[in-house]
Design a protein. Structure first.
Ligand code: PLP
Length: 378
C-alpha cells in the first residue's frame, strides 16, 4: 500500500503490541490500514478523510454505507432509526431519559456496575430512576436472573448495561422487562455477542470499544422511542442538540458529525461483513473468551472476579491469589509485548479486553505468558 521508496520506520505494523486495553481499543489491522490510505485521499475524491465536507456526495456515500452495513450486520428492523451522535455513551445516560420520560414519570434501572450507576445519576436529573436490582454490595460480580427483581408498574422503560466493562460481567440472556420497553447501553459488547435489536426500544454504544474510534456514538431507536422524543420535542422540552428527532430528521447531520469516526465505523462493519457477520464475530469472541477462562480455571494461582454465570466474553477480570504478584505481572507482561492489562481502579487486579478487533493470536500469546508466569511464581 505504501508505494513510494522513501525510507520509513521499520516494521510499524509488526511492532504493534498485543493490545488488551479497555478503550479506545484495538482495531483490525486491515481497518487501520484502510483508514491510513484514506487520510490523503478519500475514495478518489481528491479530498483527505479529515478534510472533506460532510455535505459532499463522497461523504454522504460513506454515512449511507455505514448505516446500511449496521442495519444488515445487527439485523436492525426497517422501521428503526440509526443515528451517529457525539458526546459518548455518557451523554446518552442523560439524553435517553430526557427524550423518553415525561415530567413526573419514572424508569427502572438494573445496576450492574459503574456505568449503570452513572446512567441512574443522570436519569435522576430528568425524572424518577428506580434501582430495582443492584449488586453493589457483592462488588458487582453478577447480573440479575429472571425473578430476582420486579419491574415497577408505573415505569416507562427498563434500562440495563449488557456488558459491564469495569467489572467483567455480562448478561447471557435478555433481561425480563415485564413487557416494558428495554433501553440498553451496549457500549462494550455491541456487534460481539448475540443481540436482538427488535427486543429493544433504544440501544446506544460509544464506538471506541468494539466499533471504531472515540467521538462517535451509535444510537438505535424504535418507532416508540422516536414518538416519545417527538412528544417531548413538541412540548419544547429538548435542547436542540439533545433532541433525537432533530438528528433523525437531518440524517445525523444537523451539525457537523464525526466524519472520521463514521468512516472508521463503515470500515469496521465492512470487515465484520467480510468475516462472517455477527455470527462470525460471536464465534471468534466465544473462542477467545473460552481460551482465557480456561487458563483462569486451570489453576488457583488466578482468582477470576466475576461469578461463573455472569462472566464477560469482552472484559475478563481477575486477580492473582497472591496479590503482591499483580504489579510484577503487569510489568513483565508489558515487557513481553502484552499491553493494557491493568484492571480498572474500582476493581484492581488484571483485566484483558477481548473486543471485536482483538485477534485470537493475542489471546494465545497472553495465555502462554500466563502459564509461564504462573509456573515461575508457584
Ligand atoms: C466506556 C463505556 C461508557 C462510557 O463511554 P463514553 O463514550 O466514554 O462516554 C458507558 N457505558 C459502558 C458500558 C462503557 O463501556
Amino acid at each position: 500500500m505504501l508505494k513510494d521508496s522513501r525510507p520509513r520506520p521499520k516494521g510499524v505494523s509488526e511492532s504493534r503490541i498485543h493490545n488488551f486495553g479497555a478503550g479506545p481499543a484495538v482495531l483490525p489491522l486491515s481497518v487501520v490500514e484502510e483508514v491510513q490510505a484514506a487520510m490523503p485521499n478519500l475514495n478518489n475524491s481528491g479530498f483527505g478523510l479529515c478534510e472533506i465536507s460532510h455535505r459532499s456526495a463522497t461523504f454522504q456515500a460513506v454515512i449511507d454505507s455505514a448505516m446500511e452495513r449496521i442495519r444488515r450486520v445487527l439485523s436492525v428492523p426497517e422501521d428503526y432509526t440509526i443515528l451517529f451522535l457525539q458526546g459518548g455513551a455518557s451523554t446518552q445516560f442523560y439524553m435517553t431519559a430526557l427524550n423518553l420520560m415525561k415530567p413526573g414519570e419514572r424508569a427502572d434501572f438494573l445496576e450492574t456496575g459503574g456505568w449503570s450507576k452513572k446512567a441512574v445519576v443522570e436519569a435522576k436529573r430528568v425524572g424518577g430512576a428506580n434501582v430495582i436490582w443492584s449488586d453493589s454490595e457483592n462488588g458487582f460480580r453478577s447480573v440479575p436472573n429472571a425473578g430476582e427483581y420486579a419491574v415497577s408498574e408505573d415505569s416507562v422503560y427498563v434500562h440495563y448495561t449488557s456488558n459491564n466493562t469495569l467489572m467483567g460481567t455480562q448478561y447471557h440472556d435478555l433481561p425480563d422487562s415485564g413487557g416494558k420497553p428495554r433501553v440498553l447501553d451496549a457500549s462494550s459488547d455491541i456487534a460481539g455477542v448475540p443481540l436482538d435489536v427488535s427486543a429493544h426500544d433504544l440501544i446506544y454504544a460509544g464506538a471506541q470499544k468494539n466499533l471504531g474510534p472515540s467521538g462517535v456514538t451509535l444510537v438505535i431507536l424504535s418507532p416508540w422511542a422516536l414518538a416519545r422524543a417527538q412528544e417531548n420535542s413538541d412540548a419544547g422540552r429538548l435542547p436542540t442538540m439533545l433532541d433525537y428527532t432533530v438528528h433523525t430528521s437531518k440524517g445525523s447531520m444537523f451539525n457537523t458529525p464525526n466524519t472520521f469516526g463514521i468512516f472508521v465505523l463503515d470500515c469496521v462493519f465492512k470487515w465484520l461483513e467480510e468475516n462472517g457477520g455477527l455470527d462470525g464475530s460471536i464465534a471468534r469472541n466465544r473462542a477467545k473468551a473460552a481460551l482465557l477462562y480456561g487458563e483462569l480455571d486451570r489453576t488457583d494461582f488466578w482468582t477470576p472476579h466475576a461469578e461463573f454465570e455472569a462472566r464477560s466474553w469482552m472484559n475478563v477480570t481477575w486477580r492473582c491469589a497472591d496479590k503482591s504478584l499483580e504489579s510484577v505481572f503487569l510489568t513483565e507482561s508489558a515487557a513481553a509485548g502484552l499491553g493494557g492489562l491493568k484492571g480498572h481502579r474500582s476493581v484492581g487486579g488484571i483485566r484483558a479486553s477481548l473486543y471485536n478487533g482483538c485477534p485470537i493470536e493475542s489471546v494465545e500469546a497472553l495465555v502462554a505468558f500466563m502459564r509461564e508466569f504462573a509456573e515461575r511464581h508457584s
